[in-house]
Write a protein that binds this ligand. Structure first.
Ligand SMILES: *Cc1c(COP(=O)(O)O)cnc(C)c1O
Length: 353
């Protein structure tokens, strides 16, 4: 296996996409580099990675690989909607707040309808109200419920919560899209199978993120409802999302899947976040804004303490969700990183007091 250099001292808990490529993925990427192979996904690596995803999900599903999450979500949603349809999502959903209008752009105008809900999760009652409040010709017809797993607040939808949304979708003829930017972390937390958190709870299409889980690049779009995947390859190509050297996306994916790193990486990130939570619990004045259920913590901290941390070189986001400090762990986070952060939070809080 390829040796990975220890990471440079870079003081960040900003995002899991700040991480490097994990050794298993890099190993397969290098293996895929011996000689030539057919282009545009007609290669053996892509075939094997797709088959392995079908095994993992215990389903005869259609698999596509694209470059990033914004494209995955936008193109998937566009395939579930006509332009006069609407997509119901949480008001903090990435598709609403962080994709620069790409879902509307890709779908030629399908409108996002926003719903509130605690801890970043859709409230089924509010969803039902939105579905039923207007049925006239002047309102964009609701067609999709979009959920993010884990949510933008770092929380999880349980299988039962997803079932409640499935029930609504079935009753009113809607489809379900899952933004699985941190789907692996959800599996690691719940110990459910990938099937149990996807098609078994009604998900028609899942955008399964590889980038945040240890790849250089590449998201898998998985259609459990195969009819919805008709002509999807053309949509990807038109959007500039068909990689000609596809094997350098699919081979690393195969590395994650065959080695089990997809789950180990997520388990590690979650464990690091649990350790960080435990360390922070000893610091007076530090409050979590949401229950920590996977690899992210949202921390309320006085402004001067935040400024202190930033001046000590720490990088993190303060604009995700509803503010506060978001601390994200990934496959490469280690105890020393966390201990150093906690030491500086302690100092910053003392000085801010
Ligand atoms: C990171 C992320 C994405 C994907 O973002 P890209 O930068 O387009 O790859 C999608 N949804 C959520 C919730 C995310 O956190």
């Amino acid at each position: 296996m390829v040796a990975v250099k220890p990471r440079l001292a870079f003081k960040q808990f900003a995002s899991d996409n700040y991480s490097g490529i994990c050794p298993e993925a890099l190993d397969y990427m290098l293996s895929a580099n011996s000689g030539d192979a057919p282009a545009y996904g007609n290669d053996e690596w892509t075939q094997r990675a797709s088959d392995k995803l079908r095994d993992l999900f215990e389903a005869d599903c259609e698999v596509f690989f694209v470059f990033n999450g914004t494209a995955a979500n936008s193109l998937a949603l566009a395939s579930l909607c006509q332009s006069y349809h609407s997509v119901i999502c949480h008001q903090l959903a990435h598709i609403e707040t962080d994709e620069c209008g790409a879902p509307e752009f890709a779908s030629n105008g399908s409108k996002l309808l926003l719903v509130k809900g605690e801890n970043g999760k859709l409230d089924p009652m509010a969803v039902e109200q939105l579905i039923t409040q207007r049925t006239d010709i002047h309102f964009p017809k609701p067609k999709v419920i979009s959920v993010t797993q884990t949510t933008e607040c770092g929380t999880l939808y349980s299988a039962d919560e997803l079932l409640a949304l499935k029930e609504l979708a079935q009753r009113y003829g809607l489809r379900i899209h899952m933004d699985g930017a941190r789907f692996a972390n959800a599996i690691a937390s719940t110990h459910k199978t990938p099937a149990e958190l996807s098609w078994k709870v009604g998900v028609d299409v899942l955008c399964f993120c590889g980038t945040k889980n240890g790849l250089a690049v590449g998201e898998a779009i998985i259609f459990f409802n195969k009819a919805l995947a008709e002509d999807f390859a053309y949509r990807c190509k038109q959007a500039g999302q068909l990689a000609s050297k596809m094997r350098f996306i699919s081979a690393p994916w195969l590395g994650l899947l065959e080695s089990g790193a997809w789950l180990r990486n997520a388990e590690h990130a979650n464990e690091m976040a649990a350790y960080l939570e435990q360390q922070l619990s000893h610091i007076p004045g530090i409050h979590l804004m949401f229950p920590r259920q996977a690899n992210a913590l949202f921390v309320q901290m006085p402004e001067p303490a935040i400024a202190q941390l930033q001046s000590r070189g720490w990088i993190f986001y303060t604009f995700i969700g509803v503010g506060g400090v978001r601390l994200m762990c990934d496959w490469g986070t280690n105890h020393e990183d966390i201990d150093a952060l906690v030491r500086d939070i302690n100092k910053a809080m003392a000085e801010a007091a």
